[in-house]
Design a protein. Sequence first.
Length: 136
Amino acid sequence: MTCTEACGMVILTASLAESGNIYLLDMGQPIRIVDLASKMIQAQGLKAEVDIAIVYTGLRPGERLHELLIAPDEELVATSYDKIFCITCKDPAPSRPMIAQWTQTLEMNLLNESDEQACYQLFSYMYCCNDVVVFK
């Protein structure tokens, strides 16, 4: 996909967007960085590994080989354009009482426990069962 095509998709998505929605753009097939580098070198009339060396540095901290674009509880919903998708959550949004319970639990942990324990509680995996929040 060219830069012009990508910009056009972003502008088109902005015209479709509804408040609060998140959209995913289908940018086509992934391209390996080494292939991109080789093509850029060739475009300048040079030869990869002859005129310009390609250096493999390995992964740096925080880099990933593959990026997850949607969470397990999300799904892609087609829009009227074949390369633009709306990301929606399969599960319903938490109820106000459930959010109040989470807030109360977090507040109690912040007031009564160490910072480390409060952070653990905040970032713990939460799952819901009949409107009861269980911290794992």
